[in-house]
Every structure is written in structure tokens, then in C-alpha cells.
Design a protein around this ligand. Structure first.
Ligand code: AMP
Length: 408
């Protein structure tokens, strides 16, 4: 979008304003709204008018018992006041994102003003990627900017299909989306080496594609968290009652084999902090990960694991972190995750590039107050995961594909 001129233009911007609201419809975390501010500001400052599209929640899945839309629960009107405060611009609201209301509000919009359109997901066409809805939205503006990285993995009307109604020179990524894509590419496509990835979280099954893609690219791979126990069991270890996916033992062995064949240094936690039950006040011990007694479960990595993971992280020039090392929601099992976050911060201070993205590790670095000590924290959970899996995101392809002509 840095190459476009917005003066006198009506600019349709897809943002991700899917913010959490409390029972009184007050915003409890405005991170996503603030993340879109640089893009909005840039357009307004150049003398353009901004028309914002977003979804909020899943209104079609959560209809009232009589089958009607629960407008009060899902209306974007709840965001208007806050949007005025953080943009210090005049904000109008259209209570439908398409149709005559939206069209006349868009027409009346002046340079420097914002029009917020009602929840795109009030229409079935949004999630179905309906071309008619995309065309109706497209008719509201001269330029299309996609800054909704969090929904870029969906081929919805307002996130992808709409782009084809604009010629390539009138469609672009917003600043947030651009940063997300550039940082993912810096990590996965042209990293400074060594490149080390740390993958954790609960399940191997959620991360199969990620692990497979990482093994093609990384120099070192660290696996911690609940998913490590499937790998330990696959190698013949005793894991007690730790999380395990027995149907993935073969796959785990194949991944270990692939790492060996590709000369990727592959680390599993040599020791674990185990507990006699899944509770914050459980009795705990530290044991070798492959020797967990029956009745006990691994809920965090142990001190040896922390030391070996730390050493690999500090040798890296590029680091990717996805998924916690233990049940970090309980303070008793948060040490491993905290120590990995700290190692990342130290490596970053020493000049390495670090990206945290695609899952609960984002929550963890935020919770630990270390978000500003790593190079980049992604705002898009599922979208970042798919990008790291090597997939092409529909919202990205729709903007980039130069061969995609503009439809009438
Ligand atoms: P994910 O969404 O896949 O990144 O998984 C995150 C979840 O994994 C968090 O809620 C953690 O509590 C959980 N988790 C991490 N390590 C373990 C473990 N050793 N046992 C059980 N759950 C875990």
C-alpha cells in the first residue's frame, strides 16, 4: 500500500476487528483494533476516506432460539465509540455491509472520515465466498486493502473473493499484513542461519504439516510440550500418563528419521517435570522423560531440557517459536515456557531474529511481558500456522496474483 496514492479515494479496508467483548458489550482487549491503526492513519493522512469491513464472532452459528440473528451480541456498532477515540477521526456506521444503506453511507463519506460497516458475517455469502456479495462490497470503494491477517487463511467474500473486482494496481496488503508476510518470509524463505524452530503445545496431530515443512527448512528443531511424549514413546520410552497420540507413533518415528536424513539437529526434552495429577497443586518430581512412572504425567520440561534448548536457541541467528513447553497456564508448570521465552529474548538482544507465532506461545510471551523483547509476535494464530506450514493463504493469493484480472 506504500506505493498507492489515497488522496480523494474511498478505500475499502478489510480489518480484523474480531475483538473480545464482555457481557455489557464492552471491548476487553483492543489489540486487534490498534494493530490496524497504522494502515487507517496512512490513508486518512493522505486525504482518503476509509471504509472498514470486519467480522465479529460467528453470528450465523449462534442465532437466537427462534432462528433470528442476535444482532445485539454481534453488531460492530459496539466498536464505534472506541474507534473514534483511538483514530480521533469522525466515524460513521452503516447497519448493513452491503445494499442501499451501505452504498449511500459510502457515497456521503468525506476525505479524512471513517465508515465502519456492519458485521460481514451477518450475511451467509461472507463465509461461502459468494461472488455476488464480494461484488456488492467492492462497489463501495475505489481501492481494496487487506489488513486482516488473522482471516487471510479463509477464502471469504471480504477477505479474498473481493480482490478480484479490483485491478492489481488498486489492491494491496495493509501495513500489518505486509509485516506479517515479510517476517514469515524472513523466517522460512530466506533466514539467516542457523535457523532453529521450537514447537510445543498439546498435540502432534495439530502440527504434523508444520513439522514436515520445518524439517525441509530448519537447521535445528526443538520439540517440547505435551506433543513431545508421543515422540518419546515412539522411541520406546515410558511416559506414564503423559499426553500421547498412539495413532501417530509411526509418524513420529518417520519424522525423527527424516530429521536424521536431512541432518537437522532434533531435540526432545531429556528430562521432564512430572505431576501425580493434572492440577496446580499436584505433587511434582523431575525425572528423565523416557522414565516417567505409571500414574505420573509430564506437564513441563525439566532443567536439563531447559539448558539444552537454551544452548541451541542461543546459537541460532533466526528462531521460530510455536507452542508452549508445558501447561504454562498453571504457574507450577510454566517454568519451561518462561525460560524458552527468556532465551529467545536473549538471542534477540544478541542480534538474532525471532518470530513467535501461530498458537499459545503468543499468549505466553504476552503474559510474561516479553513481547517487546522478541523481533516479531504474530497477530494471526491459524493464518500464521498455515503460512509456516507452507500453504498459500487465499487472502494473500487474491492480492498477489497478477494474472487475476479485475472482474466487472
Ligand atoms: P497448542 O494450542 O497446540 O499450542 O497447545 C497449547 C496447550 O498445550 C496449552 O493449553 C498447554 O497447557 C498444553 N500443554 C502444553 N504442554 C502440555 C503437557 N505436557 N501436557 C498437557 N498439556 C500441555
Amino acid at each position: 500500500m506504500k506505493n498507492l496514492s489515497f488522496h480523494g479515494k474511498k478505500v475499502l479496508v478489510r480489518v480484523d476487528f474480531n475483538v473480545p467483548l464482555d457481557a455489557n458489550h464492552r471491548i476487553t482487549d483492543d489489540t486487534r483494533m490498534r494493530a490496524a491503526l497504522p494502515t487507517i492513519r496512512m490513508i486518512l493522512d493522505q486525504g482518503g476516506a476509509v471504509i472498514l469491513m470486519s467480522h465479529l464472532g460467528r453470528p450465523l452459528k449462534k442465532k437466537r432460539p427462534d432462528g433470528t440473528l442476535d444482532v445485539e451480541a454481534f453488531t460492530l456498532r459496539h466498536l464505534v465509540e472506541h474507534l473514534m477515540e483511538i483514530t480521533r477521526a469522525s466515524v460513521h456506521f452503516a447497519d448493513d455491509c452491503i445494499g442501499t444503506t451501505a452504498a449511500s453511507a459510502a457515497q456521503a463519506l468525506l476525505p479524512g472520515e471513517i465508515l465502519l460497516l456492519e458485521n460481514t458475517r451477518f450475511h451467509e455469502g461472507e463465509e461461502k465466498g459468494d461472488p455476488a456479495m464480494a461484488k456488492a462490497l467492492a462497489s463501495l470503494g475505489d481501492i481494496y486493502i487487506n489488513d486482516a491477517f488473522g482471516t487471510a487463511h479463509r477464502a471469504h467474500a471480504s477477505t479474498a473473493i473481493i480482490a478480484s473486482y479490483f485491478p492489481p494496481e488498486n489492491r494491496a496488503f495493509g501495513l500489518l499484513m505486509d509485516a506479517e508476510l515479510a517476517n514469515a518470509a524472513r523466517t522460512m524463505d530466506h533466514p539467516e542461519r542457523p535457523l532453529v524452530a521450537i514447537v510445543g503445545g498439546a498435540k502432534v496431530s495439530d502440527k504434523i504439516l508444520l513439522l514436515e515443512n520445518l524439517l525441509e527448512k530448519v537447521d535445528g528443531l526443538i520439540v517440547g510440550g505435551g506433543m513431545a511424549y508421543t515422540f518419546i514413546k515412539a522411541q520406546g520410552g515410558s511416559i506414564g500418563q503423559s499426553l500421547v497420540e498412539d495413532d501417530l507413533l509411526d509418524l513420529a518415528r518417520q519424522l525423527i528419521e527424516k530429521a536424521r536424513a536431512k541432518h537437522v539437529r532434533f531435540l526432545l526434552p531429556p528430562d521432564s517435570l512430572i505431576a501425580d495429577r493434572f492440577a496446580p497443586d499436584a505433587e511434582t518430581r523431575i525425572v528423565p522423560t523416557a522414565e516417567i512412572p505409571d500414574g505420573w504425567m509430564g506437564l513441563d520440561i525439566g532443567p536439563e531440557a531447559i539448558a539444552s534448548f537454551r544452548a541451541m536457541i542461543l546459537e541460532a541467528r533466526t528462531i521460530l517459536w510455536n507452542g508452549p513447553m508445558g501447561v504454562f497456564e498453571m504457574p507450577a508448570f510454566a517454568t519451561g515456557t518462561l525460560q524458552v521465552a527468556q532465551a529467545l529474548a536473549e538471542a534477540t538482544a544478541g542480534g538474532a531474529f525471532s518470530l513467535v507465532g501461530g498458537g499459545d506461545s503468543v499468549t505466553a510471551v504476552n503474559q510474561m511481558g516479553l513481547a517487546d523483547q522478541v523481533s516479531f509476535v504474530s497477530t494471526g494464530g491459524g493464518a500464521m500456522l498455515e503460512l509456516l506450514e507452507g500453504k498459500t493463504l487465499p487472502g494473500v493469493a487474491a492480492i498477489r496474483d497478477q494474472d487475476l484480472p479485475a472482474k466487472d
